[in-house]
Ligand binder design. Sequence first.
Ligand SMILES: Cc1ncc(COP(=O)(O)O)c(C=O)c1O
Length: 389
Amino acid sequence: MRKIYMDYAATTPVDKEVIDEMIPYFNEIYGNASSIHSFGRDAFNAIEHAREQVANIINAGSDEVIFTSGGTESDNLAIKGVAYLNKKKRNTKGNHIITSAIEHPAVLETCKYLEKQGFNVVYLPVDEYGLINPDDLIEAISKDTFLITIMFANNEIGTIEPIEEIGNIAREHDVLFHTDAVQAVGKVPIDVNKFNIDLLSISSHKIYGPKGVGALYIREDVKLQPIVHGGGHEKGLRSSTYNTPGIVGLGKACELGKKRMKKDVIHLKNLRDTLIKNVLEIEESYLNGHPEKRLVNNAHFRFTAIEGESLNLMLDDKGIAASTGSACSSKKLQASHVLLAIGLDPVEAHGSLRLTLGRWNTPKDITYVADVLPEIVENLRKMSPLWNR
Ligand SMILES: Cc1ncc(COP(=O)(O)O)c(C=O)c1O
């Protein structure tokens, strides 16, 4: 059977060029990067090269990038790191954080955890497309606000937030700005200086790199408290022996991501637009998220009287890997917090399908999905008590 992967927002395959770059670091250049002998120095040099590659894709300085175990850890370190230092120093700022209602759980759960410790968090609402309103942000800022954390692009519906505007507002009000850019890196040009971003999270496995490695950009004058203590790696901000192959892989993935961005964007946009056009020909089907301000690889639909889980299983039977929402929450049968936040009711939210494309999808993949999907939707509707036609 034909197999088609359309779940690139959940994870990506590792690029062959990335694998080739990583391999020597498993059993040839295997030294501990903190050791002073030549084995260690070789690993150290590779890590520093990777740091530059990562910094390059977001226009940062290489001394402003630290390595972590992934997007989740980067988000945790950025938010808790700033929050705990702020509390310890009893800054003139208070205990107030602003985020949005549609963040990834790596941000939302971290904020909820901090709330239990006495921090005060505002969750900004979004409009029907998933966009925050900059005026709401300005209104929410108080003299106590020390951090704004708003994602670059949403992992479920693909909406891209007005990051430059948010960065300007944060800077004008002297508030730090963290953005989870896990889904945006490699698909949207990012310039931390132009956008006034102070902290930015990256994950390797979303950009054709290996799993279990990520990075956090920390503007040079921003101070954090570590959340992992130990040997003092990464300027004391993130202890643990360096994952050299993983870091080398992330570095290469960023280099390729930057080099291929223009080509990738054209390719993905063409495929995505054809997919959206074809799928919307199905009766009572709708696009979730913003029609233009969305990631080039994201197509997120809802179908009246359809149960997303069943739709996914039937697509899987046809060899198509899709998702109902984010991979992290798709095993929980709760309606997605993102879809509820854009105003869908739980039944509508459950009728959703996320198709996310990648570098290796082809026009034939799109044709195949466009061929099989209408019949699956029709069959499911025949069985649905909600479809009274
Ligand atoms: C927006 C966003 N943030 C954070 C994460 C977590 O990244 P990681 O899997 O590297 O921990 C994900 C992964 O789905 C994501 O999509």
